[in-house]
Design a protein. Structure first.
Length: 716
């Protein structure tokens, strides 16, 4: 009688000892015709060659003395298998149940035939691997299910199973019987879910109170682990804490770890706007942006320019723009002036009709500065008493670009790019720069620079050291010219406007359709509005707007010494300033340079001498009572005295040209900067009779917003 190695091991000997006895020849062995899972022949040991105690033990096990009752575990296993089989079949319909039983019986008979095949795999000389024999492969094809009832619910049974599946069925059918071919019913849920993590209540309270201080799950777990050792808490693993971090809602994660700025930009809800109720240029949106290109300046250095842009939110028109090296309130004003020159000014505000023009910006300091939003200064104005006589009134006046043009200021919420539509234009410009400029495009992130830009920067360093004739980066003027072409193409191209219900419009055409009345601002008045303004008191040598001893003088300021006046200046030229006197006149004051002691400055001495002579003349010719202070002077006389001959001739010439031309109505938007300028008058004076004979053109009132308005007040 021959026993396999596994049967000998079951008698109480280790496999290693059995193999050593067989190898030494002490126990007689042979190779059986049966093969194992690896395809090799099984080794068998002769029972007679074994020790006497092993032979006696084997015979006792193989021939029991009486009937042996099944073990309690075996009975319970059979009952459990039967219960699972019944649970799997009870949920099916009778038709499905019968079909599954027939299919299970067929597969069980097929698996029995598979078990009888010996050997199941043979060595393939070509590949050097053991492959299943054709009889096994034929059984796989035969195992395909053909029942339409089963295939309707489980179409995968129509495929041929692999030989490994047959081998698995063979082992599984011995333990589970027919259940091996029927899908089991889901196991009942336990009352206690073992997947829940065990954590102490005090640890939960500590985590809820401190997790916001740890943006990384590992840092939180390390701190929790350290505290748990001291407090003897039960805590879960680090992977459990990591999964909690992954499950955080995006709004909570961004607001807690990235800050309020990131939350407003990425997650905060915003009110969707519809701009169909706005007129053309009624609301313009402005912002600064540093461009994503590197340009070369005249001195050979490189920089990233800043673009200040104004966009009309109704038409989408890029109204005005200005390119500079640094953003400021001055660049915002220059971009605004560019829009006024090219497309006209914003419509006039009509407070009686609750109609106002607006500018829409963020809360940057450039748009909230005194030069832009304005500042309040105290000025002295001459006025007449009702009962007669003259008095000087001290009043307050707000001076600033928005106040001068009577514009309302809308401030966007902080750090929310979706608030302002001009932000999308900046993104479009960045896309255009990336597709247009190869070497100059420096990337949209300060940390990530394109490789071509790095190579160009290395070449520029060689240019700085004199080893290269020119820089690979383009000049600032070349970029300005290219940007002007992009803005023109943008204004003349079709765009989809979400704020207009998804309509597709061309900005320039929409602007021409809606902007029927063109409002214009005089170039000189616009230049004065863009200047910075301060309040100073008139002294002996005029005003000192910057520092003590640096005075600016004009002879017309002699009547207002000791009074507060408004001084406007530009940082590009400190040789002169413009002074707005209390009587609404504007004078250009020149710098009074200090004169050396030994070699006097003739120009300074001449300027002071002329001012002194003018003051002597004023003192000598001053009249205590003038005709403009009594009731004998008519309104026509007072208006004629204010109108300058040059303006009358210019208006007459414009009316003559406009009489034979057709087009949109034009309105000259006048501010107090359009007041009387102090300069020599060489032509004839306007008389009161000429003013009385002037008649208004009633046709200009036919169209809305076409009234001529003069926005400064007459002081006398």
């Amino acid at each position: 009688m021959w026993l396999t190695v596994d049967e000998v091991v079951e008698l109480g000997r280790s496999r290693r000892r059995v193999l050593l006895k067989v190898a030494s020849g002490e126990w007689k062995s042979r190779e059986s015709e049966r093969r194992g899972r690896n395809g090799k022949r099984l080794v068998e040991v002769e029972l007679a060659s074994l020790p006497t105690d092993l032979q006696r033990l084997y015979l006792q096990q193989s021939t029991p003395s009486g009937p042996v009752a099944p073990a309690e575990s075996e009975v319970s296993g059979v009952e459990d298998t039967t219960a699972r089989l019944q649970a799997a079949l009870v949920k099916l319909s009778i038709e499905e149940r019968d079909a599954l039983v027939v299919e299970a019986q067929r597969l069980a008979e097929l698996v029995g035939r598979y078990e009888m095949i010996t050997p199941k795999r043979q060595l393939n000389p070509g590949t050097g691997k053991h492959e299943f024999v054709p009889a096994v492969l034929a059984l796989c094809e035969e195992a395909r299910c053909t029942s339409a009832v089963i295939l309707t619910k489980e179409p995968s049974r129509g495929d041929a199973p692999s030989p490994h599946t047959l081998d698995g069925w063979m082992r599984k059918i011995k333990a589970e019987g027919m259940l091996a071919f029927i899908r089991n019913a889901p196991a009942p849920k336990k009352e206690y879910d073992g997947r829940r993590a065990a954590i102490s209540p005090d640890a939960v309270a500590w985590v809820n109170a401190n997790w916001r201080s740890y943006p990384n799950p590992r840092h939180l777990f390390k701190a929790l682990q350290k505290r748990a050792r001291r407090e003897r808490w039960v805590i879960p693993s680090e992977s459990w804490v990591y999964r909690l971090y992954r499950a955080l809602p995006k709004t909570v994660r961004v607001a807690t770890f990235d800050g309020q700025k990131a939350y407003v930009s990425k997650c905060a809800p915003h009110v969707p706007r519809d701009v169909s109720d706005c007129d053309a240029l009624q609301v313009i949106c402005g912002d600064h942006s540093q461009r994503d290109v590197t340009v070369t300046l005249k001195d050979g250095s490189i920089a990233r320019p800043w673009l200040t842009l104004w966009q009309d939110i109704r038409t989408g028109l890029l109204w005005g723009w200005h390119l500079d090296l640094v953003p400021s309130s001055f660049t915002a004003g220059m971009a605004y002036a560019d829009g006024v020159r090219n497309y006209g000014a914003q419509p006039l505000s009509r407070p009686d009709s609750n109609y106002f023009s607006h500018v829409y910006t963020d809360q940057g300091r450039d748009y909230k500065s005194k030069n832009w939003d304005g500042q309040v200064i105290a000025v002295h104005q001459a006025a007449m008493r009702i009962e007669g006589g003259l008095e000087v009134l001290r009043t307050q006046r707000r001076i600033g670009f928005l106040g001068e043009l009577d514009l309302k200021h809308i401030l966007a919420r902080g750090y929310n790019a979706r608030e302002k539509p001009v932000e999308r234009v900046h993104k479009d410009i960045s896309d255009w720069e990336q597709n247009t400029f190869a070497a100059e495009f420096c990337g949209r992130d300060a940390k990530n620079k394109p490789d071509r830009w790095r190579d160009a920067y290395a070449q520029h360093q060689r240019f700085v050291k004199g080893k290269r004739s020119e820089s690979p980066f383009m000049a600032l003027e070349d970029y300005r010219e290219a940007l002007a072409g992009f803005i023109h193409e943008y204004n003349t191209s079709e765009h989809e406007r979400v704020t207009l219900g998804g309509a597709r419009v061309v900005p320039v055409e929409e602007y021409r359709r809606l902007y029927t009345t063109r409002y214009e601002i005089a170039e000189e008045a616009l230049a004065l509005l863009l200047m910075k303004a301060v309040r100073r008191k008139v002294g002996k040598n005029g005003v000192e707007p910057f520092r003590r001893g640096q005075a600016y003088l004009h002879e017309s300021m002699s009547l207002w010494k000791g009074k507060d006046v408004e001084v406007r200046y530009t940082e590009n030229d400190y040789s002169r300033v413009w002074v707005v006197l209390p009587d609404a006149k504007i004078c250009e004051a020149q710098l009074v340079s200090r004169s050396p002691f030994l070699t006097p400055n003739k120009q300074t001495m001449k300027m002071v001498a002329e001012a002194a002579a003018h003051e002597r003349k004023v003192i000598r010719d001053f009249n205590f009572i003038t005709m403009s202070r009594i009731r004998g002077e008519s309104v026509e006389d007072r208006v004629a005295a204010l109108i300058e001959p040059e303006q009358v001739e210019a208006v007459a010439e414009q009316q003559a040209v406009a009489g034979g031309a057709s087009g949109p109505a034009r309105v000259q938007r006048m501010t107090r900067m359009d007041g009387r300028k102090l300069r020599a008058v060489t032509t004839r004076q306007v008389t009161a009779s000429e003013v009385a004979s002037v008649h208004g053109d009633a046709e200009m009132f036919d169209a809305p917003d076409r009234s001529r308005v003069r926005e400064f007040d007459y002081d006398d």
